[in-house]
Ligand binder design. Sequence first.
Ligand SMILES: Cc1ncc(COP(=O)(O)O)c(C=O)c1O
Length: 369
Amino acid sequence: MSRGWEMECVRRIEADVQRSADTHLVPMPWPGFPGITLYLKDESSHPSGSLKHRLARSLFLYALCNGWLREGRPVVEASSGSTAVSEAYFARLLGLPFIAVMPATVSVQKQRAIEFQGGRCHLVADPTQVYAEATRLAREGGGHYMDQFTYAERATDWRGNNNIAESIFSQMAREPHPVPAWLVCSAGTGGTLATLGRFVRYGRHATRVCGGDAEHSVFFDHYLTRDPALTLERGSRIEGIGRPRVEASFLPDVIDAMVKPVDAASFAAMRWLSSRLGRAVGPSTGTNLLAALACAREMRERGVQGAIVTLLCDSGERYRDTCHDLAWCQAQGMHDAALERAVHASLNGGAESPPWRLAGVLSAARSSS
Ligand SMILES: Cc1ncc(COP(=O)(O)O)c(C=O)c1O
């Protein structure tokens, strides 16, 4: 184990931080909700294109400082999406081979995005075997399995170090409502929600945290029941969020409310926001927007003004051939014109609720299942 090599790796990562600017916070007036301003934390502007740039950086520093990485040895991850793209970016920065283990059904576009960052894609026929295969490849290659689902909440410094929550609060400092009423994000590993929930408690802020969940995922029901054994036969249809099993980095005790819209509603919200911003956002940002909508409706009902901050997790450019292609959505049975109109009406301030489930402080009488 060469300490000199480890030190050089840490220097390179810190230099990468120094070269990079923080991601923007974009205010978006919400005409249907007077006195409530929505802010989008635009994580698509990171060098590797998504919120996972922060997590990948933290995971590499955590593994390095635990002495888990070896010069020239592979880093392996079980991921087909944003995390693999961002981890490939940092592996290349450190001169390490990177292998992303994923189901064989993953789109060529996503494989290209990982290969563009210098990574290699290892396909498996049975999606449930990705974790075991990643462990095997790391062991046989004398490398390290990064395991985002286990280490996301441990590797991230939730007290500061420019984590996403600290960045949001410092960028809100000169806004009319510097302390947001709500911070809103959906869960993939659960690491981002864990950081938001811990930071607001550590900072003694009155801000509440709301989590979004995908239709085919266990997080919402785990939040309701705390049953750790919940599983589902199938995976989520929203890239990056929703899980068929309860993940170690999902911490329900730091979440004040959850919102679970149907996937077609998340796609409708993704299109509503893309047209307002004049650029395409990813589907998990659509789920975030609907969770933020539930928070705005709760504030409007109580006659409260203030700020809601949610994440623009990644760009819609990655989904040109999938959820930003209406024919593809129709073919997947995930487009319904009437539902699309209803979701847009509610985002424009209308009284109708989108098809969603609510939990925590948002639930009470407002749940419309
Ligand atoms: C596009 C996208 N959105 C949201 C998330 C959720 O982030 P987290 O893993 O911190 O829960 C992910 C996670 O992979 C993602 O890729």
